[in-house]
Design a protein around this ligand. Structure first.
Ligand code: AMP
Ligand code: ZN
Length: 467
């Protein structure tokens, strides 16, 4: 059995065959570090983190590169607004990126290269393209000549004329053709710049990814990913630059994650319809956000709403309730031989595991993977109790955690979590009663009951127990 990937290049699901057996070399386009990231960006980061984790779960050694764009127009604008340097803005928001990404349980990349650290390689890349006749210089700018790359448009599945007709093109008399794009931009007044054979300037955006991918992973990589908005022109241009220079296929599999939308519009900074990841994490556990995002297939758009997030919170609580019960059962259960019936149940658990692998192998179908976990948990709830053998309880808990790991969820102990939450609700209820707000106190009691917790008011205070 092997993993299948929907390849945007061929628009087909293909069996994943890595360049080196059991290894994956993947490059994912990362953020421009001029601000906090929003949960639209977070979706793309989470999707590729999950794909990476799943490869690791299936025994692959993954080299995962995600860049930081630390020089571009937005960075310069922000630095000017704040009367500081581009470097200071980059340092600040890279630090903030790590805070939020760590909080989201996103594994650190093998390397997070920054464009400004690869200036020599970028300049060499541009020069090679000029020397090979794929690029031309005009007054210190360098442009890629799209007409020279015969396969231009192969990722977008359109030819140059069709792309030209569909694009909003600024007339720019420096370019030979409107579809030509900048590899190098001559310095403008007050902008940071680097020495190059074309004069002082800075790189265009597309060239940094081509350069860093080939410098860190080689001229042909296994997987290149990013949000679907990057397909054109960014990834199309990356292909053109890389394949023109190296004469080799750049990436064997192209993967694109769909948007997180709000009212069916892409969440974006420019539309101002965004929540930062940080805002959401102030109110919701990171696992709630992960469960929410991964409940959809990565190629389907998600329409974000707080209601849906609340549903994911309730769903996650159910899973942690089972984890809490299992933790308790493991403590009190008997370390005896499993009965025939229990052995059958242990086999059934293995069937859930096979089913999970089957759906996740099929283009990382996390939506179905999560359904399998819920089915399994329901089965565990009705089959495992304090009278079960310890082995059955332990195997159940281990498998929940094992299948949750590639999704970045279900790794915590429920005891601490749930007990803190119960304690908080009990205190809220006491405060409500003191304030004679009996309606609220009853509401909290019902909320706890829904979680399987009953309260007893005793002369010594409030006690709680599970039902
Ligand atoms: P940016 O910092 O805008 O270049 O975006 C960083 C990454 O987030 C890119 O891979 C984008 O494709 C992705 N992205 C931006 N907005 C969204 C969105 N609303 N939904 C999903 N991915 C997004
Ligand atoms: Zn990129």
């Amino acid at each position: 059995m092997s993993i299948k990937i929907f390849n945007s290049l061929t628009r087909q699901k293909e069996e994943f065959i890595p360049i080196i057996p059991n290894e994956v070399k993947m490059y994912v386009c990362g953020p421009t570090v001029y601000n906090f990231f929003h949960i639209g960006n977070a979706r793309t980061f989470l999707v590729f983190d999950t794909i990476r984790r799943y490869f690791e779960y299936r025994g692959y050694k993954v080299t995962f590169i995600q860049n930081f764009t630390d020089i571009d127009d937005k960075m310069i604008k922000r630095a000017n607004e704040e009367k500081t340097t581009v470097k200071e803005i980059a340092e600040r928001y890279i630090a903030e990126y790590y805070k939020d990404a760590d909080a989201l349980n996103i594994k650190r990349a093998t390397v997070n290269p920054r464009a400004t650290e690869f200036m020599d390689e970028i300049i060499k890349f541009v020069k090679d393209l000029v020397d090979k006749g794929f690029a031309y210089e005009v007054n210190g700018d360098v442009y890629f000549e799209t007409k020279k790359f015969k396969e231009y448009g192969k990722l977008s599945h359109q030819n140059l004329e069709e792309l030209e007709a569909g694009a909003r093109i600024d007339v720019d008399e420096r370019k030979k053709d409107p579809m030509d794009f900048a590899l190098w931009k001559a310095q403008k007044e007050g902008e940071p710049a680097w020495e190059s054979p074309f004069g002082l300037g800075r790189p265009g955006w597309h060239i940094e990814c081509s350069t860093m991918a080939s410098s860190l992973l080689g001229e042909t990589i296994d997987i290149h990913g990013g949000g679907v908005d990057l397909t054109f022109p960014h990834h199309e241009n990356e292909i053109a630059q890389s394949e023109a220079r190296n004469g080799k296929l750049f990436a064997r599999y192209w993967m694109h994650s769909a948007f997180l939308n709000v009212n069916n519009q892409k969440m974006s900074k420019s539309l101002n319809n965004f929540f930062t990841a940080r805002e959401i994490l102030e109110k919701y556990d990171s696992e709630v956000l992960r469960l929410f995002m991964l409940s959809a297939h990565y190629r389907n758009p998600i329409n974000f709403s707080i209601d849906l997030l609340e549903q994911s919170k309730a769903a996650l609580d159910r899973l942690y309730n089972t984890i809490g019960n299992l933790e308790h059962i493991i403590e009190v259960s008997n370390d005896r031989e499993s009965s025939e019936e229990e052995k059958e149940f242990l086999n059934k658990l293995l069937e859930y595991k096979s089913r999970y692998i089957e759906v996740m192998d099929d283009d990382f179908n996390t939506a179905d993977g999560i359904s399998v976990i819920f089915d399994m948990v329901r089965d565990i709830n009705s089959n495992v109790n304090e009278n079960s053998s310890k082995k059955v309880a332990e195997s159940s808990l281990n498998l929940i955690r094992e299948l949750g790991e590639p999704l970045g969820i279900l790794q915590k102990s429920a005891r601490g979590n749930i007990e803190d939450e119960i304690q908080r609700l009990i205190e809220e209820r006491q405060a409500a009663r003191k304030a004679k707000n009996y309606a609220l106190a009853d509401k909290i009691r019902d909320e706890l009951k829904a979680k399987g917790i009953v309260l007893e008011d005793t002369p010594l205070g409030v006690r709680w127990k599970r039902i």
